[in-house]
Design a protein around this ligand. Structure first.
Ligand code: SF4
Length: 276
C-alpha cells in the first residue's frame, strides 16, 4: 500500500479502535502505528509590538440566535482594523514574551498554534495543558494524541489543519481561563483566524465554543450545529479531554466530524478489506 494510503488507514483504525469498533478488523494487529510528530517554526527576532486594544463595546457575533442565547462575546473585543498584511509570524512576534495577563506567571512556554496559514480547517481549544506548556505546541498530550487520531481518521494530517487555543498560556492547575484572561488574549486568536480565513472552525469544548459564539449555553445544547462566523462555518464539539473521561461521547464527536468532512468534501479512508 502507498504510504499516504496506509497512514490514512492507520488513523482510521486508531480512531475506530477508540470507538470500540476495532475488533471488526481481524488483520489490524499487523499494522504498526507510527508516533505522532508535530513541529512549529520559531518566530524571527523582531521588536515587540503591542497587542491591539480591546474595543469597549462588543458586537454579538453572527451566530444563529434562534438556537443560542447570545451575550457580548469577549472574543469580539479584538480590534482588527489596521491589520492589513497581517501574518502568523507577525502575530507571534507581537505576542513576544507576553505578560499582558496573569497566566504568564505560571507558564513555561507560550503555545501559539500549530499548522499552516493556508489551512481550510482550524481547531480551537481552551488552553495549553502540562505537555503543551513544556513542548510549546498545542494538543500534544493524551488529549492531543486523540485529536490527532480524529484528524487522521478524517483523512487529513495534522499539517493539513491549524490547531490553537483561546489562551496561549497554561492556566494554573489546568483550571479554565478566566473571563478577563480570555479578553486579554483573544485578540491574538482573532488575528490568527483573520489571517488563516478557514472554511471551517471546530471549537473543542465549551470554553472555545462559548467564547467564539458569545453564548453562555451548555455546549451540549448546540454541539454539532453549524453557525456562521465571519464567513467561515463554525461547529462546536466535545473536547478530546472530555472524550478521554467519557469514551461513550466519541460517537457524537465522530458524527460531528463527518459533517465537517462533508462540508470540506472529504471522504473517510476506506478500511482495509478483510483477509480471506
Ligand atoms: S495568556 Fe495570552 S495574554 Fe495572557 S500572558 Fe499568555 S499570551 Fe499574554
Amino acid at each position: 500500500m502507498a504510504p499516504p494510503a496506509q497512514s490514512s488507514l492507520e488513523a482510521w483504525l486508531r480512531y475506530f479502535d477508540d470507538l470500540g469498533l476495532g475488533p471488526f478488523y481481524r488483520d489490524r494487529a499487523a499494522i504498526e502505528l507510527p508516533p505522532v510528530e508535530a513541529k512549529m517554526a520559531s518566530p524571527a527576532a523582531r521588536p515587540q509590538l503591542p497587542a491591539p486594544p480591546l474595543a469597549a463595546a462588543a458586537a454579538p457575533p453572527r451566530a444563529q440566535e434562534s438556537v443560542l442565547t447570545v451575550v457580548p462575546s469577549l472574543f469580539e473585543g479584538a480590534a482588527r482594523a489596521g491589520l492589513e498584511g497581517d501574518t502568523l509570524a507577525r502575530i507571534r512576534e507581537d505576542i513576544g514574551d507576553c505578560k499582558r495577563c496573569r497566566l504568564c506567571e505560571g507558564r513555561n512556554t507560550i503555545v501559539f498554534g500549530d499548522g499552516g496559514a493556508q489551512a481550510e480547517l482550524v481547531f480551537v481549544g481552551e488552553g495549553p495543558g502540562h505537555d503543551e506548556d513544556v513542548q510549546g505546541l498545542p494538543f500534544v498530550g493524551r488529549a492531543g494524541k486523540l485529536l490527532t487520531q480524529m484528524i487522521e481518521a478524517m483523512g487529513l494530517r495534522r499539517a493539513d489543519v491549524y490547531i490553537c487555543n483561546i489562551v496561549k498560556c497554561r492556566p494554573p492547575q489546568n483550571r479554565q481561563p478566566e473571563r478577563d484572561e480570555i479578553a486579554t488574549c483573544s485578540p491574538f486568536l482573532d488575528r490568527q483566524l483573520a489571517v488563516i480565513r478557514p472554511k471551517v472552525i471546530v471549537c473543542l469544548g465549551s470554553v472555545a465554543a462559548q467564547t467564539l459564539l458569545g453564548t453562555n449555553k451548555s455546549i451540549s445544547q448546540f454541539r454539532g450545529q453549524w453557525f456562521d462566523f465571519r464567513g467561515a462555518k463554525l461547529m462546536a464539539t466535545y473536547h478530546p479531554a472530555f472524550l478521554l473521561r467519557t469514551p461513550s461521547a466519541k460517537s457524537d464527536v465522530w458524527t460531528d466530524l463527518k459533517k465537517v468532512m462533508a462540508e470540506l468534501g472529504l471522504k473517510p479512508p476506506k478500511p482495509k478489506p478483510r483477509s480471506a
